[in-house]
Design a protein around this ligand. Sequence first.
Ligand SMILES: Nc1nc2c(ncn2[C@@H]2O[C@H](COP(=O)(O)OP(=O)(O)OP(=O)(O)O)[C@@H](O)[C@H]2O)c(=O)[nH]1
Ligand SMILES: [Mg+2]
Length: 328
Amino acid sequence: MALGIGSAGARIVSLLSKETTLVDRFAYISCDESDLEAKEGEKLLIQCPIDQKMTPPMVRGLSIAYIDEIKSLIDGARIVFIVAGLGRATGSGLAPVVAQLAKENGTDTVSVAVMPFAFEEKLRFYSGLALRRLRSVSRGVVVVDNDTLFKSTSDATLKEVYDIANSTAVKALGSLLARQAEDSIPVGLNKVLGTVFQDGYSFLTCASSGSVDKAEEALARAIIGISKRAETKDANHAVVVLTGDTTLKASETATAVKRLGSMFGSEVIDVEYAVNYRGGSQLQVSVLASGFKATRYDEYDPLSSLRSIDDAMDCTLPSGLEALSSFD
Ligand SMILES: Nc1nc2c(ncn2[C@@H]2O[C@H](COP(=O)(O)OP(=O)(O)OP(=O)(O)O)[C@@H](O)[C@H]2O)c(=O)[nH]1
Ligand SMILES: [Mg+2]
């Protein structure tokens, strides 16, 4: 099951529903009705009785009244992929709650955390905090950094930036979560999960190249995306998906995969790969790599080094709402 939370999560899962062939159920949770519009699948709206700007702790507070509904939404799923953009109220507040409820239910969760663009400095604190929380309650966490999905140019609108970022992210996720088809050799769910269910964080990055050594060049670009956010030598598992046209040679794939260990600076890395011939002459490469104990986002939350804080206490209701009888 894929579950989109908040605005970014809902948009990405809705696009993913048209791309993946491996996910059976799609669902959406948000505090904003417009995130749920025109989405096919199960939907849950978390309502706030007072119109006001929310924070992640407020959303967590509001979610208490919806715990049974969240539980029944995820009930029966073998694996839940939770997708959320972190840093604002809904995704940061709700994604860790949903992951925790799935864990209590005995369901394995893979949380896909979309991290803020560099220009969204104000979102750093909550995104760092939410990522740490997600790590503590999910079986696997895949970090997708918005800056690796789109190089910001001054003339693009925010909608264009999101659209490009989403199409890149969804192509990468869809190529990992694909069934066997005529024009592809997929990696298979078990190998993806084997990579993601490692200690620490996984990263998903993408790059493309049209040069003579396109496989190697695109791979190097994707790995540079990870190197700015974590120690590449910590990587112990990776899945590489190459998407090109029908001229993509086996020898190119083989060379790229062989070079991967030295590109990461880790000779012990366990590499799986998949090939997809539905692309164009530009070779697209997606790299999912795992085993990263620390990330640059640890610095986003200055309290992350303290071990004595009880995160479960961080849950508030908008003032005035405590007295409403519908809240536990
Ligand atoms: N890739 C991508 N990122 C997005 C998109 N929409 C928002 N984001 C990013 O995701 C993070 C969280 O933003 P939203 O998803 O809009 O926030 P939300 O979870 O809906 O929270 P509230 O609207 O405050 O309740 C921010 O870093 C945004 O830049 C999107 O469509 N695609
Ligand atoms: Mg929103």
